[in-house]
Design a protein around this ligand. Structure first.
Ligand code: SF4
Length: 234
């Protein structure tokens, strides 16, 4: 495990639970809006926190931390992810995995061994824009579609989520719902962009999205006060 960051206590990363958050180093995508840009580069040697340090911390906080969120970067790129999560589960902790969905085999393996309690998967764009926004190859896109099915059929608590980056328009959210056959558990979240012109265009789109959500399309909003557009959110 190459761990680049560790948040000891979070009240927002695992719904309803007090969680610690582990950020793994390295990602196979290259989203232009990535908030964790420093975590994209893959590094062989661990330069940051050792997994043993985290296990030790959690053992000392037994009963005070409910869950661990394994995020990134892309956690499924980590060779020892399975073993690390086994150690967390052995401590009776809930485990949530944040993933970009490019590794359905890893998801299947973790699910088979009952090592996950919650999965949050990013749906970055409609199929037609995935490559331009994230740099995904056609085979990675196939894997992403496979992961959506794996998660939907898992019976596990889960969430699909889209960061409403400046490259997306309101109609793209409809396309994502249709492309990936999303019927529930879908969140559209704000993007931290510094480009005011692009954010303004997004605010127009948000009006549209708010209207659609009133018409019972299957998505909810998160964090749009960052874009200064909270007035459009119910
Ligand atoms: S998948 Fe996540 S970590 Fe990877 S580049 Fe995209 S936003 Fe950044």
């Amino acid at each position: 495990m190459n761990i680049a960051g560790f948040v000891k206590t979070s009240f927002v990363d695992y719904p309803g639970k007090i969680a610690s958050v582990v950020f793994t180093q390295g990602c196979n995508l290259g989203c232009g809006y990535c908030h964790n840009f420093g975590l994209i580069e893959k590094k062989e040697a661990s330069t940051g926190i050792q997994p043993e340090e985290i296990i030790e911390f959690l053992a000392k906080r037994k009963g005070m931390i409910d869950a661990v969120v394994v995020s990134g970067g892309e956690p499924t790129l980590q060779k020892n992810l399975h073993v690390f999560i086994e150690e967390l589960k052995a401590m009776s902790l809930l485990v949530k995995l944040d993933t970009n969905g490019t590794n359905p085999d890893s998801l299947r393996s973790l699910l088979e061994d009952k090592l996950l309690d919650f999965i949050a998967m990013d749906l970055k764009a409609p199929l037609s824009k995935y490559e331009s926004i994230t740099g995904t190859s056609p085979s990675e896109l196939l894997s992403i579609r496979e992961s959506v099915e794996v998660i939907m059929n898992s019976g596990l608590e889960h969430e699909f989520r889209t960061t409403f980056c400046p490259e997306l328009e309101a109609d793209d959210i409809l396309s994502i719902i249709l492309d990936f056959k999303i019927a529930s558990n879908y969140v559209v979240q704000s993007c931290r962009s510094t480009d005011r012109n692009k954010l303004f265009r997004n605010e127009q789109d948000l009006k549209k999205l708010t209207w659609w959500s009133e018409k019972n399309l299957p998505f909810s909003f998160r964090g749009f006060e960052v874009c200064g557009a909270e007035q459009f959110i119910i």
